[in-house]
Design a protein around this ligand. Structure first.
Ligand SMILES: Nc1ncnc2c1ncn2[C@@H]1O[C@H](COP(=O)(O)OP(=O)(O)OP(=O)(O)O)[C@@H](O)[C@H]1O
Length: 587
């Protein structure tokens, strides 16, 4: 009790911090100061006689005084403004910790996705970016209807989002131009540069937390990244370039797939091994390239009819070497500058894929008849690819159906270092495709080591079963003509027929070998369908080639005649264009 009284007593004596007496003395001091300042003797002592006379002469004139206001006031205003921001930042730096993660960092997406999960719960949120995302991966092999996409909310650029994580308040801002690398620039010059398009875009995401514990904030962010990668571990992330809300494009994760096993892609003898060896050698040889001054990048071209496994091969290679896939499309509004920027920002550890480049339309600067609306030029494309701006260590895969439609300049070594044709299935591929669908699990060849009687029996039945199936495989391979159908068509054949006989196949409990001879019965119909599809494709190509086009009428030195591999008709292609402006649709 006495101590309480004592505390109160002290408080009573010290509490009138701004009492009437103090206020009077403060007022008194201010008045004294004003009197002093208005006295000429004060300025005389400060500047001396000569300076004071000069100042009097100049500021005695209203015009000079006005000039002073007009010229010096904005400068002083700006300085005061800068000082204000400097002080605010100074205080902020001492009260907050902040981490910026550049867009090129592998963890960027992880952080963004974590913030997106929190964004939905922010109550006073007014303006966000909505993205429709398919939660289920679109699996090529399972042609099921995919569920509708879900709307996810992502933070907008330059808008601060307040989220709570483990009882800490964090402020997250996606910045179009991060502070990293721009430290010497001030706010105004950055804005002017931005306006003039001179700004090096340096997008990043900034996370700020109250306090001084940088380790804690780092730990939080690491947790988000870990959670994301745990989920994604063992998956293949697919990035695609998509238009942004502002003009331009950006890389965005469009999903992740189960790794595609290398074995699941069936090519001609030695093809897969050849390409894999090349990639592995390239990845080991960074130093080798560096000491020889060769740009450390490698380009591959996969060409062949649709459905021969070009995309599948890229995915399986990426899975094999633990890389992701970044797919860029040259169509639409993509112009030289966007393409250039995107190539510099290819997500780390990703194989860059330019799909169906023979279907891309390229601007022809020399042609007045260019009605294609294409925005990307051949020179822009080549320059961007030339490794000057492309990421070091990058691997570029281009795929196309008809290699003859590509400009030779695109194919020169350094841009394309390895070309590989993936054609119609040969007999070995047909046989392997059969086993891909029929040979799983049950038909592992028995090694005959089973000691247990039951196992021995099982093994025996498996061998018979396997032998029957081997005969079937052989008959099937004999019935399908060499180099006439694509692996995709074969895949479709198995999927469709096996689905038709689903109940039949699920007859496992009856322990009797499933009779797959229905497959052989279906082959003639299958071959007829394929033949009809080819005829339609030929008709389609023929009718397209008959259409008079502006380029078809011009036969100057710059035009060349190429042979389309899909049929034997001759097509005229202008040299200045990568492809004809009326690309064929896939068959
Ligand atoms: N060589 C192959 N081995 C195994 N599966 C294949 C092969 N070729 C195609 N497929 C299957 O066919 C489907 C289409 O294949 P993919 O997309 O890789 O063909 P593509 O050659 O890239 O076609 P496009 O030229 O139309 O892009 C996939 O589901 C894939 O599993």
């Amino acid at each position: 009790m006495p101590s309480t009284q004592l505390t109160r007593g002290i408080a009573a004596t010290t509490s009138p911090v701004v009492g009437p007496g103090r206020l009077n003395s403060l007022l008194d001091r201010i008045l004294c100061l004003l009197e002093k300042v208005s006295d000429e003797a004060f300025w005389n002592s400060l500047f001396g006689d000569r300076v004071l006379n000069l100042l009097k002469r100049y500021f005695g004139s209203d015009v000079v005084f006005l000039g002073f206001i007009v010229y010096l006031a904005p400068i002083m205003g700006y300085q005061l403004h800068s000082l204000f921001y400097y002080l605010v930042n100074y205080i902020k730096e001492r009260m907050y910790v902040s981490i910026q993660i550049g867009k090129n960092e592998t963890g960027y997406d992880a952080i963004q996705q974590f913030v997106a999960t929190k964004t939905a719960h922010i109550r006073d949120l007014r303006d966000v970016e909505g993205r429709c995302i398919h939660d289920d991966n679109d699996d090529n092999d399972m042609q099921r209807p995919s569920p509708p996409p879900k709307l996810h909310l992502y933070p907008l650029d330059e808008i601060e989002h307040k989220i709570t994580y483990k009882h800490h308040t964090l402020w997250v801002t996606k910045k179009k131009n991060g502070g990293v690398g721009n430290n010497n620039e001030n706010y105004y010059s950055n804005n002017i540069k931005d306006l003039l398009g001179m700004m090096n875009s340096n997008p990043c995401i900034q996370i700020t937390m109250r306090g001084q514990d940088m380790g804690l904030l780092k730990g939080f962010i690491q947790e988000w990244i870990d959670t994301h990668f745990e989920k994604e571990y063992g998956k293949l992330t697919i990035f695609k370039c998509v238009p942004t809300r502002y003009e331009g494009f950006e890389w965005r994760t469009v999903g992740s797939k189960e790794l595609r096993s290398f074995e699941s892609v069936i090519l001609k003898e030695g093809q897969k091994e050849h390409i894999l060896k090349d990639i592995q050698t390239f990845r080991r040889r960074e130093h080798w390239y560096s000491i020889r001054g060769i740009p450390y990048r490698r380009g591959y071209l996969l060409y062949g009819p649709p459905g021969t496994g070009k995309t599948s091969l890229v995915q399986s290679v990426a899975s094999k070497v633990n890389m992701n896939v970044a797919i860029i499309s040259l169509s639409g509004n993509m112009d030289d500058e966007n393409f250039n920027v995107l190539l510099q920002e290819v997500p780390r550890n990703s194989i860059l894929v330019m799909e169906d480049i023979d279907h891309c339309v390229i601007k022809d600067p020399n042609s007045d008849n260019d009605t294609s609306n294409a925005k990307i030029s051949m020179s822009g494309l080549l320059n961007a690819l030339d490794g000057v701006v492309a990421q070091e260590g990058s691997m570029v895969f281009m795929t196309c159906n008809d290699v003859n439609r590509l400009q030779p300049a695109l194919l020169r070594p350094g841009r394309i270092d390895m070309k590989m044709e993936l054609g119609y299935a040969d007999k070995t591929q047909i046989n392997k495709m059969f086993w891909r669908f029929m040979g799983e699990d049950d038909i592992e060849p028995s090694n005959g080591d089973d000691t247990d009687a039951e196992d021995a029996e099982k093994s025996k039945s498996k061998m018979i079963y396997s032998q029957e199936l081997q005969d079937l495989a052989q008959k099937f391979t004999d019935m399908i003509p060499d180099l006439k159908v694509t692996p995709a068509e074969l895949q479709n054949f198995f999927i469709m027929n096996m689905m038709d006989h689903e109940d039949f196949d699920l007859d496992e409990d009856k322990k009797k070998p499933v009779d797959y001879t229905y497959l052989l019965d279906a082959v003639p119909v299958f071959l007829e369908t394929v033949a009809r599809d080819r005829e339609q494709a030929l008709e389609h190509n023929a009718s397209r080639n008959q259409k008079p086009t502006p380029s078809a009428n011009t036969t100057n030195d710059d035009t060349k005649i190429v042979n389309t591999s899909s049929n034997d008709t001759k097509t005229v292609v202008e040299d200045a264009t990568l492809v004809k402006s009326d690309p064929p649709k896939k068959i």
